[in-house]
Design a protein around this ligand. Structure first.
Ligand code: AMP
Ligand code: GLY
Length: 424
């Protein structure tokens, strides 16, 4: 089958890798230095929907798979469906769960989906008055998409005031921060739980855990994600049942009540609190870097659940998973997640590509003159398998010791929480 994957990160590289293994012809727009190994890179920006549709028509693409949220929020699925093209991902209306945190929070409140208590403000004066009487820490969030940077945990009233000013007076996120949410701070461990959804039925993927902060021990500013592993032992059979019943089912039914059929991947960002799992955020797509830890564990087809989700026939799909753990570590450029350096030559990839139990996924890279160069903040995701999380971790870090580029930074503690848990 001819498949177009939209996006240019590590997530898309992992999706292209798996779909190529299933003997498909893959195109990736715009791709990176890694997707070139499995796909033909197409020089079209992932948000240039019209050009993507023209390309899909010209090349007779049989399935388009959307990686990032930006084209979903711009309505790529609505556009392709109107033209009669097959596309895997939610409509703009369904993507509202990720596009607007206010929509998501009000939706959860209405449908009894567990989440932190919150209030919405579009007046700065009212927000400032409200935080004066609020318990600290609390959490202030911009309504719209801010590339993972629109959430602040405020320890005291001064930080809260500064955050409100920066969103609403200085408009650091423009329109995205005109409305804000102030919510209770939740405590516990964060877990990502994703499922394929066909409008009515859902099929969960194994649990995973992202590591959002740039430095070890969750220190420093948040990033797109510095590493992930799967599965997470915290998600027991019993907890999984509860998440399905209280969150996935209520979300899908709640959307159906609004006349919305969600098709694609629904990603729950959960906090496992003493009072049970609560939703921190919805995403309407595969996670990055979670995908680099989850998809290598999928032994059965990836194409099948995608096609069946589109057709509303997920209920008869069974997924088969590798019992081993997978752990993925992101190698990032100097300066990331702030301004970062690019165009550094990457050394050592040849030494680890093809190693047993290792997969190399690319994010911000490009190939020039037979060499691989850095091109983005997150550069590579190195994934390793192991019979347990410790051996997966050792395999990955030992592979990483062969890779080098100027200013390369990465976390040394991916998976450590799970290791500590398993060892009492
Ligand atoms: P979000 O984009 O809403 O998932 O927020 C980004 C990150 O902020 C999350 O991954 C959490 O680490 C943190 N966060 C968001 N909301 C809360 C909350 N209510 N309590 C504690 N931490 C939160
Ligand atoms: N890993 C977080 C995300 O994909 O949004």
């Amino acid at each position: 089958m001819k498949i177009l994957v939209v996006g240019s990160g590590g997530r898309e590289d992992a999706l292209c890798w798996k779909l190529k293994k299933e003997k498909n012809k893959i195109y990736c727009a715009s791709g990176n230095g890694g997707t070139e190994r499995w796909a033909e890179n197409v020089d079209i920006n992932p948000i240039d929907i019209r050009s993507l549709a023209d390309f899909a028509k010209k090349e007779r693409i049989e399935l388009t798979v959307v990686g990032p949220e930006a084209p979903l929020s711009e309505g790529i699925v609505n556009c392709f469906e109107e033209k009669g093209f097959r596309i895997f991902g939610p409509s703009k209306e369904a993507a509202e769960l990720e596009i607007s945190k206010v929509f998501a929070k009000e939706f959860m409140r209405k449908n009894g989906i567990p989440t932190a208590c919150f209030e919405v403000f579009n007046s700065e004066e009212k927000a400032l008055k409200y935080v004066l009487n609020k318990k600290f820490p609390n959490v202030i969030k911009a309504d719209g998409l801010c590339g993972g940077k629109g959430v602040f945990i405020c320890k005291d009233v001064e930080i809260a005031k500064k955050t409100i000013y920066s969103f609403m007076t200085d408009k650091v996120f423009g329109k995205q921060g005109e409305r804000i949410i102030i919510e209770d701070c939740l405590f516990g461990e964060e877990v990502s739980y994703l499922a394929f959804v066909d409008g009515e039925n859902f099929l969960p993927l194994p649990s995973s855990q992202d590591h959002k902060a740039i430095f070890d021990q969750d220190k420093g500013p948040n990033t797109g994600g510095m590493g992930a592993y799967s599965p997470v032992s915290l998600i027991t059979e019993e907890l999984s049942k509860r998440i399905k019943k209280e969150i996935f089912e209520r979300t899908i039914t709640g959307l159906l009540n609004l006349g919305i059929k969600f098709k694609g991947v629904l990603y729950l960002g959960l906090m496992l609190t003493q009072d049970g799992p609560m939703v921190l955020e919805f995403n309407v797509r595969f996670g990055d870097p979670e995908t680099q830890a989850i998809i290598p564990r999928l032994k059965s087809s990836l194409l099948e659940p995608m096609m069946k989700a589109i057709d509303g026939r997920l209920s008869n799909v069974r997924l088969e998973w590798d019992k081993r753990s997978a752990l993925s570590v992101v190698l990032a450029s100097a300066g990331y997640p702030e301004k970062y350096e690019v165009e550094k030559e990457i050394f050592g990839l040849n030494q680890i590509e093809g190693l047993e139990n290792i997969l190399v996924f690319h994010s911000g890279t490009e190939r020039k003159a037979g060499k691989v160069w850095t091109k983005g903040g997150r550069v590579l995701s190195i994934t390793g398998y192991g019979n347990d999380i410790i051996s997966a971790k050792n395999t990955v870090y030992s592979a990483i010791s062969n890779v080098q580029f100027e200013g390369m930074q990465f976390r040394k503690d991916i998976g450590e929480k799970e290791i500590r848990r398993n060892n009492g």
